[in-house]
Write a protein that binds this ligand. Sequence first.
Ligand code: CA
Length: 223
Amino acid sequence: MSNQFLALSEVLYAYILNNSLREPEVLRRLREETEATNPHAIMSISPVQGQFMMLLLKLISAVKTLEVGVFTGYSSLCTALTLPDHGRIYACDVSEEWTSVARRYWAEAGVADKVTLKLAPAVETLDALLAEGHAGTFDFAFIDADKSNYDAYYERALKLVRKGGLLVFDNMLWYGKVADESVTDADTVALRALNAKLHQDERVFASLIGVGDGMNLAIKLGD
Ligand code: CA
């Protein structure tokens, strides 16, 4: 049996889309608008990742979630569409411009009341949530923002999620650069260090998988 991931050709990726994707129309329009108008559209998660996240949210019956890195809102809209009516997302970003697109789509999809947008450096927002007594109350956290701060987000998100809660980190294979020791820029070094930390961290059970640009999933084990 091969121990390698299947290289995903265009044909095979199209097969996945055609045989698995159930992308609601509002998500499709958000994705297409972002691809057509935003030069940083690659920062958005893929629809396959979005659907996988929706499955994970259903699996753990998530109600209260955290998102670090909103961009134009694809992942938060996936989340909002999946959470129950009383669900709540605390969404962190620093860009008024990009999150204005997200807010427009949350409103259009009728889920805006589920999202609390915090426009500030996320470390400040997470520290404030901890100070306000939110520790141990989140079911899920999605981290997809500036890579050099991932560990700072991890430590805070780990306190904010409940036992059995799930942390998901995006871009953890970083276009393959984490495996190339000759690449030593700050972002790559930070992601490489966090993968190594999660591998050994007894506070979580983690799984690094080759979906999209790599996702590292970690379940919080203790209180
Ligand atoms: Ca990403």
